[in-house]
Write a new protein. Structure first.
Length: 314
């Protein structure tokens, strides 16, 4: 990756990385606004970086109503969706309808799975994220109910992933067709794991060849302390670079790096093989803002919008 693609081309390292969690905290965008805004992203030059629109089981009715409204992408842009293109290195979104791809987020466990799958039938379901306290039970229910073409990720509470609990859960998942899911932030300081805890999860997955996704707290590219809350946020570039490590101490050191230029230089030095290894491990993360991470990549020189066309070229 020493030579980045030209402007307007999303590098392989970032393709499909940003799942659209606009309706979840702290963004809390109303579903009626999130649908047209998501269509803006899906029509923009950076669309290859954007994953599905994530939706909780309890809001599928709202989602269906919003989708049935047939809001045009141009309406979303006028309502604020164009800000995403602006933040993402100056790009703008084009008009036109886009298929509504969704990811189901099921915080209530396996009991939500069957009714949520039925309610999601009108949509293009690209994945299920199932929270549980019992990995074996969740795997069994996914095996029983999930359509074969739909991938899934299983999330257990962080307190169950400490010590021997982490190995037990990862061992169960590695023998299944499902990814792991790990929570990297939230609305309180305690929701943010430190470098050692996150490194243990990342390297445990890397050692097993187990893919995973992350959620919460990764809006920015580089590790930092939030000025308003004082919370310690992991950077998604840190996590990407740490995803190729199998040694916990090495991964923790990468997660602790706060210099964006150091991280950007490391990204540029990645080989195609390293990029493949990283993205086979760290598949995506949920972010309530698509504009913010893309803007960070642009500021670090890792992503750029298409070159403007001159009048005579149009």
């Amino acid at each position: 990756m020493s030579e980045l693609p030209p402007g307007g081309v999303v590098p392989e390292l970032f393709r499909g990385l940003f799942d659209d969690a606009a309706v979840f905290p702290p963004g809390n965008l109303p579903v009626a606004d999130a649908v047209p805004a998501h269509l803006v992203h899906r029509a923009a030059w950076y669309a290859e970086a954007v994953g599905p629109l994530l939706c909780g089981a309890g809001r599928l009715g709202e989602l269906a109503a919003a989708a049935a409204g047939g809001a045009a992408v141009t309406d979303a842009a006028s309502a604020g969706g164009s800000a995403a293109g602006s933040a993402a290195a100056g790009g703008t979104a084009g008009a036109g309808d886009a298929p509504l791809r969704i990811g189901l987020v099921l915080p209530g466990g396996s009991a939500e799975l069957a009714p949520a799958l039925a309610a999601a039938a009108p949509f293009d379901l690209t994945g299920v994220e199932l929270a549980t306290r019992d990995a074996a039970e969740a795997i069994a229910e996914l095996d029983r109910l999930l359509p074969p073409h739909v991938p899934a990720a299983v999330e257990l509470p962080r307190e169950l992933l400490r010590g021997d609990g982490l190995d037990a859960v990862l061992d169960a998942l590695v023998d299944s067709p499902y990814r792991a899911k790990f929570r990297t932030g939230g609305l309180v300081a305690e929701a943010f794991p430190d470098e050692a805890e996150l490194a243990a999860f990342l390297t445990g997955c890397a050692q097993r060849g187990l893919p995973y996704k992350c959620t919460a707290g990764l809006h920015n590219a580089v590790r930092h302390t939030d000025r308003e809350t004082g919370f310690e946020h992991h950077g998604f570039l840190n996590v990407l670079l740490a995803a190729q490590e199998t040694d916990p101490a090495t991964a923790a050191a990468v997660l602790a790096e706060r210099d964006g230029e150091v991280l950007a230089k490391a990204v540029r030095a990645l080989t195609d093989r390293q990029v493949t290894v990283i993205r086979n491990s760290f598949t995506a993360f949920g972010t309530c803002s698509i504009a913010e991470p893309l803007g960070d990549l642009a500021a670090l020189g890792l992503l750029s919008s298409p070159a403007p066309q001159h009048q005579e070229d149009r």
